[in-house]
Design a protein around this ligand. Structure first.
Ligand SMILES: Nc1nc2c([nH]c(=O)n2[C@H]2C[C@H](O)[C@@H](COP(=O)(O)OP(=O)(O)OP(=O)(O)O)O2)c(=O)[nH]1
Length: 181
C-alpha cells in the first residue's frame, strides 16, 4: 500500500523507505519531522520535497519549471515546485500540500528521481536535501500562486533555456533523460 495519488512502477515503496518509516532514520514524527538522516550521513539534512511535474507520467514530454521569487539570493532561479516538510508531516503529504499551495493543483505521483544520498535524496545548499518525485496534474491549471512569478512547460531541448537553481542542475539532467521527444 502506497500513499494516495501514487501511480507507476517506480512509485512502489517510495515514501516507505528508511528516511520515512524506519526507526534507523532517527526520524521522530512531531519532534524531527523536518529533519531526516541516514546512518551514513554525519549531519541530518532538512527535508525538502520537490515535484517534477510532467505532462504525462507514462510518456512524459515536458517538465513544469517554476521561477522563485524569494529569498533575493535565489529569486529568478528556476526550480521544482515544493518546499520543506513540516514537523510531523509525511513527505507525500508535504508534496501534495506544497503543489496545492504554490500552484493550486492536485497531482498524482509517479516514480522518484533518485539522487546520490543514501536515502535517495539530492543534496542542496544550506543543509537541505530534496526528494524529487515525478508528478502529473489531475485537477486544476497550474498558476504561480505563491513563491513563484512564472511557470513554463519545457521540453527536453528547452530545459537549458532557463537558469535552474544550481543544486537542481543534476536533477534536471536526470529528468531530461526521462522525457520523450
Ligand atoms: N522547493 C524547492 N526548493 C529548492 C529547490 N532547489 C533548491 O535548492 N531549493 C532550496 C531553496 C530553499 O533554500 C530550500 C527550501 O525550499 P523552500 O524555500 O521552497 O521551502 P518552503 O516553501 O517550505 O519555504 P518557506 O515556507 O519556509 O518560505 O530548498 C527546488 O527545486 N525546489
Amino acid at each position: 500500500m502506497v500513499g494516495p495519488g501514487l501511480v507507476g512502477r517506480g512509485a512502489l515503496g517510495w515514501g516507505m523507505g528508511p528516511s520515512v518509516t524506519d526507526p534507523r532514520s532517527h526520524r521522530r514524527s512531531g519532534t524531527m519531522g523536518d529533519m531526516a538522516h541516514s546512518p551514513a550521513e554525519q549531519t541530518p539534512r532538512i527535508a525538502v520535497v520537490g515535484a517534477a511535474i510532467v505532462d504525462d507520467l507514462h510518456r512524459p514530454t515536458r517538465l513544469l519549471a517554476a521561477r522563485r521569487t524569494e529569498p533575493p539570493a535565489l529569486a529568478g532561479g528556476w526550480e521544482f515546485p515544493g518546499g520543506k516538510v513540516d514537523p510531523g508531516e509525511g513527505e507525500i503529504e508535504a508534496l501534495h500540500r506544497e503543489v496545492r499551495e504554490e500552484l493550486g493543483v492536485e497531482v498524482a505521483l509517479g516514480e522518484e528521481i533518485t539522487g546520490p544520498l543514501p536515502d535517495g535524496r539530492w543534496p542542496l545548499g544550506g543543509g537541505y536535501a530534496i526528494r524529487v518525485v515525478l508528478a502529473a496534474v489531475t485537477a486544476g491549471d497550474p498558476q504561480p500562486l505563491e513563491d513563484h512569478d512564472a511557470l513554463r512547460w519545457l521540453g527536453a531541448d528547452e530545459l537549458g533555456s532557463v537558469p535552474w537553481l544550481p543544486a537542481d542542475e543534476p536533477i534536471v539532467a536526470v529528468v531530461r533523460s526521462r522525457l520523450s521527444l
